[in-house]
Ligand binder design. Structure first.
Ligand SMILES: Nc1ncnc2c1ncn2[C@@H]1O[C@H](COP(=O)(O)OP(=O)(O)OP(=O)(O)O)[C@@H](O)[C@H]1O
Ligand SMILES: [Mg+2]
Length: 257
């Protein structure tokens, strides 16, 4: 399973990606978490201490190689398998999750981040279905990664959505673009739900737009406290309402719901 997590800025993508990755790892899966945000934040949400998280280096630029595809055309390949990338270049997070970073913005005015996006795309392309490696990719806010096709080879797209109009509008756009890329399973995840009214708003939009809602994550002070103290929600309280709900979503994804 290759999950990509997208949505509007601040909707909770990193929180969902982190708890999902650790829940899958706790269920015995081998998980590679990919931080595909040039402003990387996934490490701390996974439970890597902030002072270590700031030292994690991005994936090197030389992982992409030219190759000839089966039809004889030039294509982009990877210098090592996703499994090797995970083992050799990944940083270990709690529960055995391995983390790699797409690469950030070290200097201003130095141009685009095409190589980073191409590397993430190639990793996802080369994780084959039978390789016992699951990926959870935390995308950058907004839609650019979809225009670039970075998550093209994901098989699940989660759109994290808050109960307000602009967040819902972003989810609708993400869903359309994810389907255009051919991602087979596209789901909305409602987040920061404070009551029945919030849930109703999201359900109405999902029904009208034909989006499948895979779970509703409550607003949870444990997530807020985790953010405040630079820790993983799971390490503050592994049984908090949001953590439990995201763990249930992991189960639903695995069972193919
Ligand atoms: N279920 C929740 N309950 C309460 N607060 C939450 C919840 N989910 C996320 N948050 C808070 O919302 C903020 C944004 O969360 P997060 O960083 O996961 O979002 P994001 O979509 O990855 O943001 P960005 O677009 O900046 O990458 C954080 O302060 C986080 O603590
Ligand atoms: Mg984020």
């Amino acid at each position: 399973m290759k999950v990509a997590v997208a949505g509007k800025g601040g909707s909770g993508k990193t929180t969902v990606a982190a708890v999902l990755a650790r829940s899958l790892a706790r269920a015995g899966r081998k998980v590679l978490a990919i931080d595909a945000d040039p402003n990387p934040c996934l490490a701390v949400s996974l439970g890597i201490p902030p002072e270590e998280a700031t030292k994690i280096e991005a994936l090197p630029g030389n992982l992409l190689v030219d190759r000839i595809d089966p039809e004889g055309k030039r294509a982009v390949g990877l210098a090592m398998s996703p499994h090797e990338i995970s083992e050799r270049l990944g940083v270990k997070a709690p529960d055995g999750v391995m983390l790699v970073l797409m690469g950030g913005v070290d200097h201003a005015g130095t141009g685009c981040n095409c190589a980073g996006h191409a590397t993430v795309r190639a990793i996802l392309e080369n994780v084959s279905g039978d390789e016992a490696l699951m990926t959870v990719t935390d995308m950058e806010a907004g839609l650019e990664h979809l225009k670039r096709g970075t998550p093209r080879h994901a098989d699940v797209m989660l759109m994290v959505v808050e109960p307000y109009y602009k967040s819902l509008e972003t989810a609708v756009r993400v869903a359309a673009l994810a389907s255009e890329l051919g991602i087979p399973r596209v789901y909305a995840v409602a987040n920061k739900i404070r009551g029945a009214d919030d849930e109703i708003v999201i359900k109405e939009v999902c029904d009208r737009q034909g989006l499948k809602l895979i779970g509703s994550v409550p607003y949870d002070e444990v997530v807020v406290e985790a953010q405040r103290s630079g820790a993983a929600p799971m390490d503050i309280d592994g049984n908090s309402p949001a953590v439990r709900c995201i763990a249930q979503i992991a189960g639903r994804l695995e069972s193919g719901e």
